[in-house]
Write a protein that binds this ligand. Structure first.
Ligand code: PEP
Length: 254
């Protein structure tokens, strides 16, 4: 039984003060909720204050949006896994399409980061997904397999169990255009099959695979009840505590 995991990727939005008031509202919206694991992923600068608040909220954990793979050194502007662990950060998003496209991150670099995250006991949320051009050319399986094999190279099964995959079709991120539940399910089943080939079927059956791409309160339930969809990575709709709470609640409803 895979516990659903719903993550709020705030991207470069929200100061730490805004994050604190978001958490106050979310707490009221989700009183005693324990139907899914919730991960709040703010900017680096909001991690210290949110860490204090989240440490007192069962079922909610903290994530970071990125990191560098070296432990320390001359890497101006970067943050290491150890620095994230200082604030009890549990997850780190790696290989988000915005990092791949805007900042030129390759599978090889993402793989180094995935390994460095595990070495520091941080759980990667590894993002994979095809562009619209690749989907239209019916190449999404090829692209997903390449990203998975490249980004997960050298991991053992135990580390894979501590890794979350986020399937985020690039054409659905921030566009308001969601994959249909059938398209998302088909891609998730393909990802699970690929994980079974890279690792083994028992490991693949236990890995949580989130869907991301314009998830909103009105489409969350149908997506989240597909057999291979184990949660959501939410961007835009995670900036409003009421919308985000509705998505979290959709994960628990039958
Ligand atoms: C994301 O950034 O991971 C994302 C899925 O964004 P949105 O929900 O806004 O499409």
């Amino acid at each position: 039984m895979r516990k659903k995991i719903i993550a709020a990727n705030w991207k470069m939005n929200m100061t730490s003060g805004e994050g604190v008031s978001f958490m106050e509202d979310l707490k009221l919206e989700l009183k005693n909720f324990d139907g899914a694991e919730i991960v709040i992923i703010p900017s680096f600068t909001a991690l210290p204050r949110l860490s204090e608040i989240i440490s007192e909220l069962p079922g909610i954990t903290l994530g970071a949006q990125n990191m560098w793979h070296e432990p320390s050194g001359a890497f101006t502007g970067e943050v290491s896994a150890g620095m994230l662990r200082e604030f009890f950060t549990r997850y780190v998003v790696l290989g988000h399409s915005e990092r791949r496209i805007i900042f030129g991150e390759t599978d090889e670099l993402v793989n180094k980061k995935v390994k460095a995250a595990h070495a520091a006991s941080l759980r990667p949320i590894l993002c994979v997904g095809e562009t619209l051009e690749e989907r239209d050319a019916d190449r999404h399986h090829e692209v997903l397999a390449k990203q998975l094999k490249g980004s997960l190279a050298g991991l053992d099964a135990e580390q894979m169990l501590d890794t979350v995959i986020a399937y985020e079709p690039v054409w659905a991120i921030g566009t308001g255009r969601t994959a249909t539940p059938e398209q998302a399910q088909e891609a998730h089943a393909f990802i699970r099959k690929t994980l079974a080939e890279i690792f083994d079927p028992a490991t693949a059956a236990k890995v949580r695979i989130q869907y991301g791409g314009s998830v909103k309160p009105d489409n969350a339930k149908e997506l989240l009840h597909q057999p291979d969809i184990d949660g959501a990575l939410v961007g835009g709709a995670s900036l409003d505590p009421r919308s985000f709470a509705k998505i979290v609640q959709a994960a628990a409803r039958k």
